[in-house]
Ligand binder design. Sequence first.
Ligand code: IMP
Length: 500
Amino acid sequence: MAIVLTEPSRTFNEYLLIPGYSSAEHRVENVSLKTPVVKYKKGEEPAISMNIPLCSAVMQAVSDDNMAVALAKEGGISFIFGSQSIESQAAMVRKAKSYKAGFVPSDSNLRPDQTLKDVLELKEKTGHSTIAITDDGTSEGKILGIVTSKDYRVSRLDPETKVSEFMTPFEKLIYGKEGITLSEANDLIWEHRVNQLPIIDENQRLTSFVFRKDYESHKDNPLELLDENKRFVVGAGINTRDYEERIPALLEAGVDVMTIDSSEGYSEWQARTLKWVRDNYGDSVKVGAGNVVDAEGFRFLAEAGADFIKIGIGGGSICITREQKGIGRGQASAVLEVAEARDKYFEETGVYIPLCSDGGIVYDYHMTLALAMGADFIMLGRYFARFDEAPSAKLMVNGNYVKEYWGEGSARARNWQRYDLGGDAKMKFEEGVDSYVPYAGSLHDNLALSLNKVRSTMCNIGVLSIPEMHKNAKLTLVSATSIVEGGAHDVILKEASPVG
Ligand code: IMP
C-alpha cells in the first residue's frame, strides 16, 4: 500500500511570520545576512560563506560571467549555467575569476595610424571616452598612448588626423605596473589628478585600466564576495554525465564551488558523482547536490558527501514538472521537512550542511520565509532574469520592456542532463516553458530594496542574523480568507500595488 502524507504540501504564500520582541538594537544596519555555503564541523568556520543569502540559478537565461561578477559584487554567488560545452563554461568562469575588482580590461582600443574619425566612431559605439592606443589596436597590445576627450577638439581637428598626432604619448602617461593593488592604483590616480590609470606588464603591454569613477563604486559594494586572492567568488553547475571532464576544467578555470544541477537529486547518479569528487579531491573541492524535497532525500545526499543540499521540485516559475510528471512538493513543506532533517543530522554528527531553497520565490517576503523555515540561502531564477545583468535579451512587448526567461527543461535550453536518468542522451519531453519576465532595471538597486525588506522583517522578529532566525522565528499558517485581508482591500487603488 502506498504511503499517503495526509498533510497538504504547502507553498510560501500560505505562511506568515509572527513578530517577536524587538529591542532598540534591532535596526536594519545591525542585521548580518552572512550565511554558510558549504558544510562545516561544529565550532569550525565554513570554507565558503556568502555575505547575502542569495545565489543565481544554474540557467542559460540567468547566470553567465557577467551575472557572476555583478552578484559577487553584492555578496552573493552565481552558478554559471552548465548547459553549454565544457570549454565555453570554463571560459565564462575564467572571465569572471580574472575580473579584478576595479581592474577593467580595456574595451576601446585603436592603433596610432588610425584617425580622429575612428576615435569618434568607437566612442559612439562603446560610450566610453578613454581609448587605449596600442601597437596592434588590441586590449593587450604594447601601449603607445591614450586618447581621452581632453586630447582633441572636434571643431578644430580634421577627422583624418592621425591618432599619433594628438594622443597623449606613453612618455607622458602616468601608469601602474602589473601586481599593483587597487589601493596603490587609487593613490596614483589621486596624486597625479588623472581620471584613469593604465596598468602595464614588464613588456609595456596593457593589462587593464583602473578608473577614478570605479573607486566610488568599489566603496558602494561593502559586501562584495572575494576569495583569498581578492578575486570574485564564482560558482558553476555540473551534471552527472560528464563530470570527469567538466569538473577538472572548471577547477582549472578557478571555480570556487559547484552544484550538481538536476531536477531530482535522490539518485544513484548523484551519489556516484559525489563519490568521484571525494575519491579524486577529498574535501578540497566543494560540490552541492539536489534537488530533494524530503528527509530521506536529504539523508541520502548528506551521506553521499554533498557540501550543501538544494531543495525544490516543481516550484520554479518556468517549471511544468508537476504537470508533466506529477512529482514535486510545495516549497514551504519541503524546506520545513528538510531543515528538520538537517538539524537532526547536525545533532547526531556535528556536521552542519547548509540548505539552499531553490525556486518559487515570487515576493520578496518569500525570501525571509524560506530563511526562517531553515534555508541558509536561496537560489533564484525569475528574480535575477529581470535585471540588466542577466544574459537574455531585453525586448519591448505590448508597450512594456521585458526580458526573456526560459526553463532549462524547455525545448529552447534542451538541458537533457538536468533530467537525465541514465538512458539515451536526449530530451524526451519538456519540463519547462519559454517566457518573458517584466524588465526591472539594475541588480544593485533591486537587491538593495529586497534585502532591506528581509532585514526589516528580521528586526520585527527580533533577530539580527540568519542562524538566530532559524532558532527564533515563529510562523503561522494563513487561511484563504486572511490572504485576502493581507493585500490592500476594500479601497479603490489609485495606482498598481507596489508589492514585489
Ligand atoms: P524561479 O526562481 O522560480 O524562476 O525558479 C528557478 C529554478 O527553477 C531553478 O533554479 C531550477 O531549480 C528550476 N528550473 C530551471 N529550469 C527549469 C525547467 O525547465 N523546469 C523545471 N524547473 C526548472
